[in-house]
Design a protein around this ligand. Sequence first.
Ligand SMILES: [Zn+2]
Length: 105
Amino acid sequence: MSAVVQECRNCRSLLFPARLFCPVCGEDSFSTVAAEDGTVEQTTTLSDGTVLATLGINGGLRLIARLTGSAPEPGQRVPLTNDPVAGSGANAYIPIPPNLNEDQS
Ligand SMILES: [Zn+2]
């Protein structure tokens, strides 16, 4: 299980959500890298019961994901996944395709 984020091929900045141009260096060439897990920084519960979390991942990138399974505490590391029905325990679901904006060369 993992989620996918963009990495700028010029300056190696990690980006999420996907961009057309790197906001750091202006280049438009990206690869995708897998993010295996993230650390829960904050959570919020929507009126329909959906729980969203701000997660920090390696490299300093922060992203927002939907939590599934059991509710983690802030500071807990949870696995990232593109599967909305990932296994038991806490998971952070990010619904993006694995080839979004990836160069095909
Ligand atoms: Zn860049």
